[in-house]
Design a protein around this ligand. Structure first.
Ligand SMILES: *Cc1c(COP(=O)(O)O)cnc(C)c1O
Length: 385
């Protein structure tokens, strides 16, 4: 197991290693599973903490033909970095720089009259057509147009399309229960989606790409693949259905490892209160080690006395509170661990390392939240395939 940080970060307190080959392989696997559909790799939130630009490149190398990000600024940053692939973005507020979006050739989601009006105004100004995907609310009750709002949006979009201001290239929606494939809302949402697509067709907008499936639906629900699938979490090798299958059972490999080194090792007596509030007391004379990462680096404070850390081949649990910048481990009496020894905070299940899923289980959350909150304070180190 190679846990030595590369020279560039040797003096750092910790770093995040990203396996770009894993991202490419995961996308390859998702494309295989969704054969017949294109893959839009979702790289929002700095690619779930993995680094948007390198992850986007790796996903494209693995066969993704589309990329998706939530925010307009995330999309503009990818264009500025040189990403030319079709790129969908779906969150912007009134006053957003849609002119820049159109100039950058972005695909914009539209789910309300105000956003259609804003996109049309920007396209007219520029004397060009904006590429849009109409979003329908099929039951998540979040983004998207609902019911008669959908019908009105379809009519307005058809008029703008005919007038040459927009090109309606997609129709899309999002599941509420994709991680519970047998849930009745899954089938119901697909039926609403099919009706919404049919309505578009009747308005003369039949030539559109349909997309509905996130990671969980891509992996569990072939009937939801349509023309494009939109996996995010699975691209990074994490299971979107941890109660049903592990990532390796899904043919995926974790791309992120969070690594650090012990910066202090010392003997303490039995009964010593450890870290703020003394929520942990040593059971015997023992040796403790200091790991220089804390909640400012993205380790949840809720992982106090719960988060798993691998040191010297043993899986230990954070002793006491997670502090802003550090945590303590009870290494055990006579432990031979030394200052400088590597510790793995998040890594790969196959190598016996604690995973983002383990941290999620330990803190009552989902792996999405664990990886997206790993702080930018920790440098990312990229392993090329
Ligand atoms: C984040 C997101 C995705 C990707 O979801 P995963 O569960 O990570 O695969 C797909 N579509 C939309 C609209 C999203 O917000």
């Amino acid at each position: 197991m190679d846990t030595q940080p590369p020279p560039a970060v040797l003096g750092g307190t910790g770093h995040v290693e990203i396996d770009l080959g894993a991202i490419a392989d995961n996308v390859r696997e998702l494309a295989r599973v969704a054969e017949g559909a294109e893959v839009m790799a979702i790289v929002k939130a700095d690619a779930y903490g993995h680094g948007a630009f390198p992850a986007a490149r790796a996903a494209l190398a693995g066969g993704a033909t589309w990329l998706g990000v939530a925010q307009l600024d995330e999309a503009l940053a990818l264009r500025a970095a040189g990403i030319t692939a079709p790129l969908l973005t779906w969150l912007y507020a009134p006053g957003a720089d849609l002119d820049a979006a159109i100039l950058a050739g972005l695909d914009l989601s539209v789910s309300a009259p105000w956003s259609l009006d804003a996109v049309v105004a920007a396209a007219r100004e520029r004397g060009t057509r904006a590429r849009i995907h109409l979003k329908v609310d099929t039951g998540l009750t979040r983004g998207g147009a609902l019911g008669s709002g959908w019908s009105a949006l379809v009519d307005a979009a058809a008029a703008a399309h005919a007038a040459g201001h927009v090109e309606v290239v997609g129709v899309w929606s999002h599941f509420a229960y994709a991680d519970a494939p047998a849930h009745p809302t899954v089938r119901a949402q697909q039926e609403v989606f099919d009706d919404a697509v049919a309505e578009l067709g009747r308005a003369g907008l039949g030539d559109v790409r349909r997309h509905l499936a996130n990671s969980a639906a891509t992996l569990t629900n072939p009937a939801a693949h349509y023309d494009i699938v939109r996996p995010g979490l699975a691209v990074y090798g994490l299971s979107p259905i941890p109660d049903l299958a592990t990532s390796s059972e899904l043919g995926l490999r974790e791309a992120m490892r969070v690594l650090a080194r012990l910066v202090l090792v010392k003997d303490v007596p039995a009964g010593a209160g450890v870290s703020y509030g003394h929520t942990y007391h040593t059971a015997s004379d023992t040796r403790v080690g200091l790991v220089p990462l804390g909640y400012a680096d993205g380790l949840p404070r809720a992982a106090s006395n719960a988060g798993p850390i691998l040191v010297g081949g043993r899986r230990l649990t954070v002793a006491g509170r997670v502090c802003m910048d550090q945590v303590v481990l009870d290494l055990g009496p006579g432990a031979t661990d030394a200052v400088g020894d590597p510790v793995v905070i998040i890594g790969r299940a196959e190598d016996g390392e604690p995973t983002a899923q383990d941290w999620a289980d330990a803190t009552g959350t989902i792996s999405y939240e664990i990886v997206t909150r790993i702080s930018s304070r920790l440098p990312r180190v990229y392993r090329e395939p």
